[in-house]
Write a protein that binds this ligand. Sequence first.
Ligand SMILES: [Ca+2]
Ligand SMILES: [Ca+2]
Length: 768
Amino acid sequence: MMKKRIYLFLYLIMTIAPVFGAGSRIRINQLGYLPEATKKAVFISESNTKLQVITIHDALTNELCATLQTIQPWGSFDKFNSNYIIDFSSFKQEGAFYIKAGDTYSPTIYINQNLYINTTDKLIGYIHSQRFGDDVSGGWWYDASNKNRSAVVNAAVTYQLLYTYNQHPEVFSDLVNFYGKKQPNGIPDIIDEAKWGLDWLSKVNYKSENPVVNGKLVATFALASDVLKNLFPALSADLATRATEIYHFARQNIHTASLNNLEDILTEENWKDDMQLAATHLYFINYNSEYLQDALDFGAAEPVPQWIFSNCDKPLQFYPYLNWSPFLLMQVENPLIKKNYQHNMHIALLRARLTAQENPFNIGVSLSENSNNKITALHNLCFTYRKQTGDTTFVNMEDALFNWIFGCNPWGISMVTGLPENGLTPQHPHSKIYIESDKIISGALVNGAISNLCLKNTETERQTYDGAFERYQTEWAIYHDHVNDFITNQPNIDATASLIHLLTVRQANGEKKEFFDKNQYDRGGINRFNPDKKQIAIIFTGHQYTDGYKKIRSTLNRHKVKASFFFSGDFLRKAGNAKKVKKLIKDGHYIGPATNHYEQLADWNGISASNMRKTSFLNDLKENYAVLKKLGISKQQAPFFNPPFELYNDSISKWCKDAGIYLVRSTPGTYSNLDYTFPEMRENYYSTKEIMDRIMQVERSNGLNGYILQFHFGTNPGRKDKLYNSLSTIIGSLKNAGYQFTDLYSATNLTSEPKPEQHVQKKNKSKK
Ligand SMILES: [Ca+2]
Ligand SMILES: [Ca+2]
């Protein structure tokens, strides 16, 4: 009997049990997911693991938010005996979460509609940092850490910047001038950067170049002449002439040039793709049918991207990886041309999908040197094909390529330096700046993983470096976050430029089109929202006193103003306060946290209070949320936080972001928050009249657009002259001055207000 039991027990362990896999990991896109988008993660495990269900939890409170069975087994792969694709697309709440599968936890997963805001600025900033030369005579960008100068790479980067801007000009901001100084110059920053490239490319002596270079010059100049028509009219006309001149030279010299000097200068083998793109752009400048014929002829020689059909191709062998020409020519009014290119792209994508089906990450490129060039190129190919044909056959592969870049890969690392800021990103890039100064410039996509087979073909032996990533290396894919690994961990300027396009189209096609964050920040906390809007947000903070309750509530109701209230855990636990808070919820106000005991988090200079560690801060906040929960407010319904005494620093705002919440404080200058002072404070005391005068004075001199006015829910009994008694007058005068009062959701536009249905569902569940 005893024996049988043991056997049964062992049997259970071996068959049903272990989600406790040794080396089990959940790989996710660290940048995050749009609420309405497809959301996938990959579970990899070195042991045999059965996975049938996963749960999703809030990253701060650990609250269970969803239980899902949408998991697909993938089988075994190299050293990973079990692999699963976790599909959590049905989960659409915004915030910070994690997935739990057995005893395996994912990193923090961010779901938000505004994921892409400012990301392209970072990438453009990286390209800017690669400028070499002086501002007067110009220069080029280093194409790699060895500080080479390459006309093909410079032309390809410039072209991609112009192309991307031309597709979605609305996405790009103007924060800096041509020299990168924080001084808007009326030119989108992506164009400032493209202009740097153009200036140097204009100096290249095309007569000593071959069609590989000249084709790229023509395409770039012709596209630039179109894109810059309004911004730089004279330059635009000049570039059009130059493009035509270079094209005719290149066209006449194809046979003399192509065989002789191609191989010495470059490893780039194909030039017909470059000449095709050149002819295409010239056709779109003057609609001369000879150019169209040339474009079709050159295109016939290279109908599909060759690297999709090859294995260990060299970095520049089939450069640039993506030829936009077929997509541009599909717009020509000719059904035959359109159909032909559509079929070619379809075949290329089918071939890529065969490769993708061979690995759990669904990656459809062979991992050779500079694989991230191919990953971004294939993504852009999938996207553009889908956009132009409406065929969604390859959308899963497209998403997988995007997720791979940002961490859904065997190592769980985002391949872009410093993006996302709070993620796991390359810490030891093979870049000269890092080697010389230890500084990592954000926004650079590194070369990416390589297969062991292709690594052997390089002059490098298979490299091994000690580190956490070694256990995830496979024959299929090797990557090291190591400064000496120039094959996989070297920042790559043209892959970065290609990634700009990828992020841009994803941002432009997101369900809610917010391209810019118009909030103003101080040490990472929002202290003013969109100054273009004649709107004000009112917030209250409560810890010790409640004497303002009745007056504040009736005033807000009378004026139909929705405000935000931040209450400490101590406040919420005090007898009688729950009732008040419930009434405020019923009135439609926002209720959020202000820490558990309302203890100072930092001093007036922003220096952290002693012992203030991330875990202690977050644990304290968690307790505040636990009391809110008892009043029916989940963390997802309270994403804004107001720190005690409005004191905080960069770390505290960052910790808030990690937890999926936003730190908000008052806009300085109006003294509204000094309504807590009392006469014994002597020269620091402010009477209600002084505060009211001050608010209206700021209004007259500056306007109060986007202002956050913060008041107290109650104040020291020593203060007899309570400001809340005059709240109605303040709101009235501001309304008369034309201001609207708004809630923090619409004010900041950072996250959407949870829908009422979600509350109802939760209530029903908790009753069961
Ligand atoms: Ca600018
Ligand atoms: Ca080429």
